[in-house]
Design a protein around this ligand. Structure first.
Ligand SMILES: NC(=O)c1ccc[n+]([C@@H]2O[C@H](COP(=O)([O-])OP(=O)(O)OC[C@H]3O[C@@H](n4cnc5c(N)ncnc54)[C@H](OP(=O)(O)O)[C@@H]3O)[C@@H](O)[C@H]2O)c1
Length: 275
């Protein structure tokens, strides 16, 4: 039996590869997380919005793997960012997860709340011991910079849409400057990246599925990836992305594919706010 692949730990302690759990709920979520843990993944992404925190926790408990060996990320829903809802929502997440998450994120920049105040509430939760570390999600470079100032350097991660069809070079540069680790959501562009001609050509040149080329391109930039899959074969293939290198030439070629219009996920309150 081949040895389980070693998954690198990125700066700020984030395992480079994890499992996304949206839109899985109930037994589907529990089964997918159990499968991921069984094949060696140790980073699970959930959120209040996904309504599956308790389902994720069920798989964690059943696995018998000590809780401190799994990196669990959850996110505060946009509807819970106000002073009156923030702390209570985090307490519910902690209860559903069976303990504090390793990383607690603000899921989206506040639709109608003051950013500084929301980041302040996040810091307070960390200080109370309700999260081991804190971060943000879907924050632009300017928002990341502001959050890092308000949090006095405590923001360790920004989870953003990141795949070869979307140009995220500015976010990546700013994150590196601020000591923030990026996590790529929709790392496969929900399958769309697997159809790109250049990626298909590289897949055949490397003798690997297009998904491994895409995930490797992400990991090789020091960005974590959390592809969602319910299929063991796909999850095992995704793990292979930790075990090979793309040439510098191919990295550059893939990095030139992305455009600013390549975004798949953008709620209405982000209109005009991305740049
Ligand atoms: N912070 C945010 O605002 C935000 C937004 C969106 C998503 N997320 C998080 O990011 C996670 C991942 O994003 P996503 O699920 O939207 O997109 P994704 O991971 O890019 O794509 C998921 C799709 O890829 C397929 N897939 C996975 N591995 C594959 C492989 N090796 N070969 C072929 N197909 C494969 C899956 O199907 P199969 O099940 O058939 O394998 C699934 O249909 C989510 O689950 C969620 O946890 C966060």
């Amino acid at each position: 039996m081949p040895a389980a692949p070693v998954i690198p730990i990125l700066p700020n302690g984030i395992p480079a590869l994890g499992l996304g759990t949206f839109p899985l709920r109930g037994d589907d979520a529990t089964r997918a997380v159990a499968m991921a843990l069984e094949i060696g993944l140790r980073h699970i992404d959930t959120a209040q919005m996904y309504a599956n925190e308790a389902d994720v926790a069920k798989a964690l408990r059943a696995s018998g793997i000590p809780r401190e060996q799994v990196y669990v990320v959850t996110k505060v829903d946009p509807s819970n960012l106000s002073q009156s809802r923030f702390a209570a929502s985090v307490a519910r997440s902690v209860e559903d997860l069976g303990g504090p998450p390793d990383l607690l994120l603000i899921h989206w920049p506040p639709p109608d709340e003051d950013l500084d105040a929301v980041v302040g509430r996040l810091v307070e939760e960390k200080n109370k011991g309700m999260a081991r570390a804190i971060g943000v999600s879907n924050f632009t470079p300017a928002m990341m910079r502001r959050a890092q100032t308000v949090a006095q350097g405590a923001i360790i991660a920004n989870q953003v849409e990141f795949h070869p069809l979307l140009d995220q070079r500015e976010v990546l540069k700013e994150a590196r400057d601020l000591g923030i680790t990026l996590t790529a959501y929709c790392p496969l562009a929900r399958g769309k990246a697997l159809q790109a001609e250049l990626i298909r050509a590289m897949a055949s040149a490397y003798g690997r599925p297009a998904s491994e080329i895409v995930l490797r391109w992400i990991l090789q930039q020091g960005v974590a990836a959390i592809p969602m899959t319910t299929k063991r074969g796909n999850a095992l293939s995704n793990l292979n992305a930790t075990g090979f290198e793309l040439s510098g030439h191919d990295m550059t070629a893939l990095s030139s594919l992305g455009t600013r219009g390549g975004r798949l996920v953008s709620p209405s309150w982000m209109n005009g706010r991305w740049d």
